[in-house]
Design a protein around this ligand. Structure first.
Ligand code: PEP
Ligand code: MN
Length: 402
């Protein structure tokens, strides 16, 4: 059933989402109208009443990949009797069923665990229940551009900023990054600029980005800074929504993104905030998105502040092993913003892969000097990109023994 046809009241929202979550991703690709009635939005927001409880405290692990409608109803009925709801988190191969509400009632847990198709109820004592490496989502794999992240190095490349007045520069660059071996195209439509008088982006650039995607077949990544950008990007068919470093702690944006991508074949590239503190703070930002139903989040360290004198930021690719110890999420490092100068990008790329990154997101332009935004100073040329790809592939083989 297309999502736009669903009408439920608040009391039935959990069950409605359970049904939507079980629908295959292909079917859910049907474009939803973001100006939809509030009831429809409620379907995508089953935990609205529980938002103050930031994290799920318990996970139902079935013996099967996906519960049947009848099984899900049986589970929902038990939870409802104890004032709880179920939230379906849809992975590529299996679903995870989070208990929303107070999970501490042992009778409820015993009844759920007594069902023949339920293996157990996990109560993970971690602030990021779903992102945790011990979560049952740990077997989930994020796919983009035909790559299962983690199985081989993943490369996303393209201009910092798409100049809508010079669409050919982006189109030419898109073909060149594909030719160099990239699996996905990046390009800024809307730009977070320190200086309010600098170019801020233009929705017309979205058309250029999607045309580049159409011509090359590459999935595209672009940053959104507010709900309107998000709506436009999703409607245009952007494959990966980027959360920029400046918004990594914008929890309402993270939740809006989580709601918008639930049930869709869309990924999120979550940059590490330039002022983010602990490793856990980064992972918890991802939890905000994943808890709303779509686990396709990629973590992207991109350098922090204060800077290392000479670099644009303080390169932070050494965070990769620490992330890998705590979370199953793929890590794609952005060396371009980290060092901020094209000449330093190749070494930073090698360092990231040596530290265990699953891929790289690199600014690249066929004519960096003609680009706008960061390109004149930090975009590498396609020739350099090709060399980075070949050398990091070799390093990957050495480091992973692949
Ligand atoms: C970008 O990707 O062009 C960008 C602005 O990134 P960040 O948010 O990491 O600064
Ligand atoms: Mn940039």
């Amino acid at each position: 059933m297309p999502a736009r046809a669903v009408r439920v009241n608040r009391a039935d929202a959990g069950e409605a989402v359970a049904r939507l979550g079980k629908t295959s991703i292909r079917r859910l690709r049907i474009r939803r109208d973001f100006s939809a009635a509030p009831e429809e939005k409620l379907c995508r927001t089953p935990v609205r009443g529980y938002r103050r409880a930031q994290f799920f405290s318990a996970m139902i692990i079935p013996n099967v990949n996906v519960l049947s409608d009848g099984q899900l109803k049986e589970v929902t009925d038990i939870l409802t009797a104890y004032g709880c709801k179920v939230m379906v988190i849809t992975g590529a191969e299996r679903c995870v069923y989070a208990i929303v509400g107070d999970e501490r009632n042992d009778d409820m847990v015993t009844k759920i665990e007594g069902l023949p198709y339920i293996n157990r109820v996990d109560r993970i004592q971690s602030p990021h229940k779903l992102m945790d490496i011990r979560s049952s989502l740990a077997t989930h794999r994020v796919k983009m551009g035909g790559i299962v992240l983690g199985s081989e190095p993943f490369f996303c490349a393209g201009p910092c900023t798409i100049d809508p007045k010079n669409p050919n520069l982006t189109i030419e660059t898109a073909h060149a990054v594909k030719e160099a071996g990239a699996h996905a195209l990046r390009g800024g439509v809307w730009k977070p600029r320190t200086n309010p008088y600098s170019y801020q982006g233009d929705a017309k650039a979205l058309l250029v980005l999607m045309e580049a995607s159409r011509q090359t077949g590459l999935p595209v990544d672009t940053e959104v800074m507010d709900e309107e950008h998000l709506r436009l990007a999703i409607e245009a068919g952007v494959h990966c929504i980027q959360v920029g470093a400046r918004n990594a702690l914008n929890y309402s944006l993270l939740r809006q993104i989580g709601e918008a991508i639930a049930g869709r074949d869309v990924c999120v590239l979550l940059k590490r905030g330039m002022h983010l503190g602990t490793v856990q703070e980064f992972i918890s930002a991802a939890e905000y998105i994943v808890q709303l139903g779509n686990p396709n989040v990629i973590l992207c360290p991109r350098g922090t502040q204060p800077t290392l004198d000479g670099y644009r930021n303080h390169p932070d690719e050494s965070i990769v092993p620490l992330l890998k110890e705590r979370t199953w999420a793929p890590v794609v490092v952005d060396p371009s913003h980290s060092v901020g100068k094209a000449a330093y990008v190749p070494a930073a790329s090698l360092a990231a892969i040596a530290y265990g990154a699953d891929g790289l997101c690199i600014e690249c332009n066929v004519h960096p000097g003609k680009g706008i935004g960061d390109d004149p100073k930090q975009a590498v040329t396609p020739e350099v990109l090709r060399r980075i790809i070949s050398q990091t592939r070799e390093l990957w083989r050495i480091a992973r023994g692949a």
